[in-house]
Design a protein around this ligand. Structure first.
Ligand code: NAD
Ligand code: UD1
Length: 366
């Protein structure tokens, strides 16, 4: 089955489209909102999501995040409730729309769970990604923005982390390895056929929410990551934060990370899409998306208390297995190549998270 199954006359009438896999999720939904808010009507957004980590209200056709974005923007999102591993369903998506490029967010992302369910993670993240690439190739679509992670760098050998830092060594869990494997697969793909243009965006720590407070991060169960955990303590859903380790060689002994606003990430994806018009952007390109500044756990707590006016009780607990002490980006390649720079401050990240969390104490199901 291939792109030639599509009638040429029908193609001419079709609007150009961007396929967003996992577009109902946290980073995906903010990127979809940003694209719809900022692009013209000559481009449509198609989302494929199997809803494994996103919420749809009973009786609704679309997930809540996308329904709200449609309401915010007055634009339609074409939504397919399907798994990226479902080859036939994916072919139908490519037949129904004139897909020009793909932003590939869909993946499982809980690090702890990946240790107990490695096959599920490799199946969804690696096998699913290969299936997507096969369908793209069959339909003559070779432009891809991939959601990678700073986790591919493993334990930092030097800081800040730039894109020449080795990847793949010392990865401590199947989730991290799945992101690394996908990058290696994309390099091989680009080497095999010069038609491919792949931009692998290595996110540092995405936090924050849309400034409207209408969409945000909605983790299922108890959050694994710091910012949603702090937010749920502040809103009274959780009692206190456990600070994983206070004896790291950092400013106050707690772990330091490069937190980046999800709206800045959304702008980074738009910047990557714009690069596909430049000839030098064929082949594989890995680009960090971070601010270049690290904050400790306790600095995050203080900033969140200031933004929310709420107390965030915390106590020190043991270090979390697999954690590194300090991690932050050299984000200069993104500035040079995408013209992208993180613009939002830590205060913005906390204020926007709080606007979302305080109005949606139980996430989209509130
Ligand atoms: P998320 O779980 O909120 O969003 C992922 C979406 O993909 C969900 O809506 C889920 O239902 C969907 N999905 C999962 N498997 C699927 C499948 N097989 N077929 C179709 N849909 C599927 O996660 P997120 O935080 O938005 O992350 C998006 C991407 O960014 C992921 O690839 C993740 O690995 C990567 N990433 C995230 C972070 C982070 O901290 N949030 C950091 C670095 C990289
Ligand atoms: C997480 C992921 C990593 C991913 C990265 C970017 C885990 C184990 N790792 O790592 O794969 O690439 O996000 O999104 O999920 N902390 C606490 N208490 C908590 C939660 C976290 O003290 O309840 C601390 C951690 O020890 C760390 C910091 O807060 O120092 C940030 O933690 P987290 O938000 O989980 O991000 P990463 O550790 O960077």
């Amino acid at each position: 089955m291939g792109g030639d199954t599509l009638n040429e006359d029908k193609r001419i009438d079709m609007t150009r489209a961007i396929l967003v896999t996992g577009g109902a999720g946290y980073v995906g939904s903010h990127t979809v909102a940003y694209l719809l808010e900022n692009m013209g009507n000559d481009l449509e957004i198609v989302v494929v999501d199997n809803l494994i980590n996103s919420y749809r209200k009973p009786g609704q056709k679309k997930p809540e995040s996308l329904r709200i974005i449609e309401d915010m923007t007055g634009k339609t999102i074409h939504f397919y409730n399907c798994d990226i591993r479902d080859v036939q369903a994916m072919h139908r998506v490519f037949q129904n729309h004139l897909i020009e490029c793909v932003i590939h967010f869909a993946a499982l992302k809980a690090v702890g769970e990946s240790v107990t369910k490695p096959l599920e993670y490799y199946q969804a993240n690696v096998s699913g990604t290969c299936t997507l690439f096969e369908v793209m190739r069959d339909h003559g679509v070779h432009k891809l923005v991939y959601s990678s992670s700073c986790t591919v760098y493993g334990e930092p050998q030097r800081l800040p982390l730039d894109e020449t830092h080795p990847t793949g060594a010392g990865l401590t869990n199947p989730y991290g390895r799945s992101k690394y494997f996908c990058e290696e697969i994309m390099k091989d793909l680009c080497a095999s056929d010069k038609k491919w243009s792949v931009i692998s965006l290595r996110y540092f720590n995405p936090v924050g929410a849309h400034p409207s407070g209408r969409i945000g991060e909605d983790p299922r169960g108890t959050p694994n990551n710091l910012m949603p955990y702090i937010a749920q303590v502040a809103v009274g859903r959780l009692e206190e934060l456990q600070v994983f380790g206070s004896d790291y060689p950092t400013v106050d002994g707690t772990g330091v990370r490069d937190y980046v606003h999800v709206q800045d990430l959304a702008e980074g994806h738009a910047g990557a899409l714009a690069c596909f018009n430049k000839t030098e952007f064929t082949g594989f390109h890995a680009i960090n998306l971070g601010t270049g500044t690290g904050y400790s756990v306790l600095q995050m707590v203080a900033a969140f208390e200031a933004a929310s006016g709420k107390r965030v009780p915390w106590r020190v607990a043991a270090r979390r297995a697999g954690d590194v002490a300090v991690n932050y980006a050299d984000a200069s390649l993104a500035a040079r190549t995408l013209g992208w720079r993180a613009r939002r401050t830590l205060a913005d990240m906390c204020a926007d998270t709080w606007r979302w969390q305080s109005t949606h104490p139980h996430g989209y199901a509130t």
